[in-house]
Design a protein around this ligand. Structure first.
Ligand code: ADE
Length: 225
């Protein structure tokens, strides 16, 4: 997979890709991530990329030309499966969306700033708009990192034990059951006996029932789907 991220603040996104699983995914060449500084396509001495909104109002609007030129340059080099705009008015990210995107080859993520982007960028290029929740961030960069993380970890070979992605919370619309590791007893709290039984079927049944119970308690909306 290849992800091209377009932003006015690419430096904000460096560290998530330099550690742990995302770093390893890149080292294993399972994913390539490229950052594109929108100012490289900006106008004039100041590399201008935003301007005042037509019709007035507060805030600046990201201009169509720099973004169009940047995306067109990328599209001239390869075909993209999706051009995704990170925006609070997009579709709320969930596991199903992440699963679908993990099967794609080439993705562009566009990070918004200020009041947002000129509508014509959406009309020309954007195939998907994704929000990471009903709150407003200062820009799309952190949302792009969240989306990249959720997608990259699902690419086969990225996680050592592929089972561990399949048994994630949300993968089957259930939250995960409780998990334990050593010691068997801590401050009077003990590991459920069933997990020490060695009986794989009994353990699986227990985990499923616990997952159901926890989902019912914390997220009954998932069960009513
Ligand atoms: N940009 C600003 N807020 C955002 C959000 N909640 N999700 C995605 N992109 C954003």
């Amino acid at each position: 997979m290849r992800i091209d991220i377009i932003s006015v603040l690419p430096e904000l996104m460096e560290s998530p890709f330099k550690a742990s699983i995302l770093k390893r995914a890149m080292q294993k060449e399972l994913v390539e991530v490229y950052f594109h500084h929108l100012r490289d396509w900006g106008f004039g001495k100041h590399r201008q990329i935003d301007d005042e909104p037509y019709g007035g109002g507060a805030g600046m609007v990201m201009m169509v030309e720099p973004i169009d030129h940047c995306i067109a340059t990328l599209k001239a080099e390869r075909e993209y499966d999706e051009v995704i705009y990170l925006t609070p008015d997009g579709q709320t990210l969930n596991q199903k969306i992440a699963n679908g995107l993990s099967l794609r080859n080439n993705l562009i993520f566009l990070c918004g700033h200020y009041k947002g982007i000129d509508q014509r960028v959406r009309d020309l290029h954007i195939t998907k708009e994704i929000s990471i929740g009903d709150y407003v961030l200062t820009g799309g960069e952190l949302a792009a990192c969240v989306l990249a993380d959720a997608v990259i970890r699902l690419i086969p070979g990225v996680l050592n034990d592929e089972q561990s992605a399949l048994t994630d919370s949300f993968q089957d619309d259930l939250l995960s059951p409780p998990i334990y590791t050593r010691p068997e007893e801590y401050k009077g709290l003990t590991v459920p006996q069933v997990l020490l039984s060695g009986n794989a079927q009994v353990i699986e049944d227990w985990r499923y029932n616990e997952a159901l119970k926890i989902t019912q308690e914390k997220r009954p909306d998932l069960l009513s789907k």
